[in-house]
Design a binder for this molecule. Structure first.
Ligand SMILES: NC(=O)c1ccc[n+]([C@@H]2O[C@H](COP(=O)([O-])OP(=O)(O)OC[C@H]3O[C@@H](n4cnc5c(N)ncnc54)[C@H](OP(=O)(O)O)[C@@H]3O)[C@@H](O)[C@H]2O)c1
Length: 285
């Protein structure tokens, strides 16, 4: 399949390119090549590459910055998706797009299903939800994958932040009142490959298995990295006082993914151990 991956320098986009290139004709593009907020840029890049599938991993992903940079955040995460959806519909191409657990308010108390109502509590969550709406309004052939708490080798993420802080500060406080499912981008990319190659369409929730708070996630990162001399303690979201609200319990049900593919992603602790090993090893050819 001829595939165009947008956001190919990002965490998920770079892993998707690497994985899909083994069995497909893959090209990538990022902010230096086109701007998602420009309809003509989107139309030109898609016309130039002529893909059968566009995979959009480009997004405005800084959740706190979205609160103050609302216009840009909505332009990228909502209107930009509308541009791609329209272009894909007109060309008859498949659009694969990503959304987030932050489209939910985190009060349900059991894992969110694909058709649960969205009630975002932040600008980022609202912009991603509007992006989903734009996609559905335009009505291309689509696969929409909601995921959560991503970390990967090519981008800023919680694992890297904790490791860097632990080296510098030796005393860490991490929020313990937000629960989700940490997800490794290599595992997510593999799941997307299965969905695309299986001809799946519609909305799917995909995360690594299991749940934890950011505090428990940090505890595991430090333990697996042998950083025993760090003084880690829990704090509340209110104490941290970040600009954006986050859902308290935004676990996604992956039952539909498992039913459709027969697969379940690994427990997050196992994926994390692998990630920490691979970031220590120099990249081979
Ligand atoms: N990260 C998470 O924890 C998380 C959780 C749930 C869902 N998701 C979703 O998963 C997808 C992938 O996330 P990610 O964390 O892998 O993203 P990422 O690492 O932030 O990569 C996104 C890429 O998109 C580029 N980009 C930003 N604005 C653009 C624009 N206007 N035009 C073209 N390119 C633009 C970015 O460039 P710059 O770096 O120069 O801005 C970056 O290279 C996104 O849809 C995100 O919303 C992420």
């Amino acid at each position: 399949m001829r595939i165009l991956v947008l956001g190919d320098r990002g965490m998920l986009g770079s892993d998707l390119c690497r994985l899909l290139a083994a069995s497909h004709e893959v090209t990538g593009a990022d902010i230096d090549d086109f701007d998602l907020t420009s309809f003509s840029d989107c139309r030109s890049i898609v016309a130039e590459r002529d893909p059968e599938a566009v995979i959009n991993a480009a997004a405005y992903t800084n959740v706190d910055a979205c609160e103050t940079d609302r216009d840009r955040c909505f332009q990228v995460n909502a209107e930009g998706v509308g541009h791609l959806a329209r272009i894909c519909r007109e060309r008859g191409a498949l659009l694969v797009h990503f959304s987030t657990d932050y489209v939910f308010d985190g009060t349900k108390g059991t894992p969110y299903e694909e058709d649960d109502p969205c009630r975002p509590v932040s600008a980022y969550g609202s912009s991603k939800h509007l992006g989903e709406c734009r996609l559905l309004e335009e009505g291309p052939e689509f696969l929409l994958v909601r995921t959560a708490w991503l970390y990967g080798l090519n981008g800023k993420n919680f694992v890297e932040t904790i490791l860097a802080k632990a080296k510098r500060e030796k005393v860490l406080r991490v929020v313990d009142d937000q629960v989700g499912s940490p997800t490794c981008t290599t595992d997510l990319a593999a799941a997307v490959k299965i969905l695309v190659e299986g001809g799946r369409r519609g909305i799917f929730h995909v995360t690594n298995r299991g749940t934890c708070s950011w505090y428990r996630f940090a505890e595991k990162i430090l333990a697996l990295s042998g950083m025993k001399d760090v003084d880690l303690s829990p704090m509340t979201s209110e104490e941290l006082g970040r600009p954006a609200h986050r859902p308290a319990w935004s676990v996604l049900s992956t039952r539909k993914f498992t039913g459709a593919t027969g697969k379940t992603l690994r427990f997050w602790q196992v994926a994390l151990e692998d990630y920490l090993r691979s970031r220590r090893e120099p990249a081979g050819d």
